[in-house]
Design a protein around this ligand. Structure first.
Ligand code: TRP
Length: 364
């Protein structure tokens, strides 16, 4: 049997609404209005779904203790698709969350065949350094490796294994589930639940911001949490974001260099890549002037939306001018190139400074 979403192979989600209806994920929109300071990605419909975000909303509003946990697969360069997650992590830290980030090196070893030393190197030089350069603060932030952490975490991982059946694993992950995958999944369940153990801060709401492909893990974690009554966990909450499109369409993926721009990419190469981006333009200039472009299908517009144009009014202007046929792709790409270059140059200066801060963040 093939599951509807497979966290290890699902490439792109065609229809979010259908998927949400099937699995009971709720739309995020009500919180965009309620939150005092919603993240840009929330306002712009990139964070689109949630489970039990109410608890997190209340904790933020009442300034109560809560934690954020998410994980990274250290499989290659840190690119703009990863930045989007980092931006959310940093936002939660500003909202008062205690931040936990797991480096899923055991998962990467199990499903991507990446040696642990290589995982460590990539996590430090690519991910952690970039998180710091983007604004993650060391206070109330813990980054750890699945392969090298505290004993209470491993005890939890062993104990929760009793709260699921093999048939359940098969139903969620399909028939090619293996011992290594089961182990990686148990790690992820322990990742998500451990911030509620007394040794790590105690019972409290935990938010897990992820891509929709991770929802099978979230569902299983919530089921296991509700059965493991001896621990008295609050069911973890989650949000789901849309994935950023690759430069030429399709998925932005670490294993396809032409599909992404890395945050430490040589700006000249980055600009060359961006120039090849798929746009929502028409076949001819005449047609585009007459009919307008379609920003919804434009990778450049998506770069603005996710990263390069934080000002809402300015973004709206781009959208309207494109639709009206006043802003053509050539002119627009020239502007995107300028914004990208500026961003990369400034970021890369911060990145160099961030490199010697990494130790302050790692817990073992
Ligand atoms: N499985 C995640 C990925 O493929 C990484 C991960 C491990 C994770 N543990 C986690 C994500 C806990 C969220 C919460 O990227």
């Amino acid at each position: 049997m093939k599951p509807a979403i497979d966290p290890w192979t699902t490439a792109q989600i065609e229809n979010y609404k259908e998927l949400f209806d099937t699995f009971g994920i709720k739309p995020f929109t009500p919180f965009v209005k309620k939150l005092k300071d919603p993240h840009l990605l929330m306002k712009r419909g990139v964070v689109i779904g949630h489970r039990d975000f109410d608890r997190i909303y209340d904790a933020i509003k009442n300034k109560e203790d809560f934690a954020m946990l998410t994980g990274l697969m250290p499989s290659g360069p840190f690119h703009f698709g990863h930045k989007m997650v980092a931006d959310q992590i940093i936002w939660y830290q500003k909202q008062g969350a205690e931040v936990f980030i797991t480096v899923a090196d055991i998962e990467a070893y199990a499903v991507r065949n990446i040696p642990l030393e290589k995982c460590r190197e990539t996590a430090i030089n690519e991910y952690i350094a970039n998180y710091i350069a983007l604004g993650l603060k060391p206070k109330k932030a813990h980054i750890y490796f699945q392969s090298d952490y505290k004993k209470e975490y491993y005890r939890l991982k062993s104990m929760i294994s009793k709260r699921a059946t093999l048939n359940e694993f098969k139903a969620i992950y399909g028939d090619d589930i293996s011992p290594a995958k089961i182990n990686a999944v148990l790690h992820q369940v322990a990742d998500i639940l451990h911030p509620q153990l007394p040794e790590f801060g105690g019972k409290r709401p935990v938010i897990v911001p992820v891509g929709v492909d991770q929802d099978p893990h979230i569902r299983l974690t919530r089921d296991i949490a509700s059965r493991a009554s001896e621990f008295d966990f609050i069911l973890p909450s989650s949000t789901y974001h849309r994935f950023q499109t690759g430069i030429r369409g399709g998925k932005m993926s670490s294993s396809k260099p032409e599909s992404f721009i890395a945050l430490n990419e040589n700006p000249e190469i980055a600009v060359k890549k961006l120039k090849t981006a798929l746009t929502g333009g028409r076949d001819t200039v005449e047609e585009q002037k007459k009919l307008g472009g379609t920003p919804e299908n434009c990778v450049i517009y998506e770069f603005y939306l996710y990263h390069l144009i934080p000002d809402d009014k300015e973004l709206k202007k781009v959208y309207e001018n494109c639709r009206a046929g006043k802003l053509l792709c050539g002119e627009n790409k020239a502007r995107a190139v300028e914004l990208l270059e500026k961003f990369l140059k400034e970021h890369q200066k911060k990145l160099e400074k961030a490199r010697n801060q990494v130790d302050k963040y790692i817990t073992s």
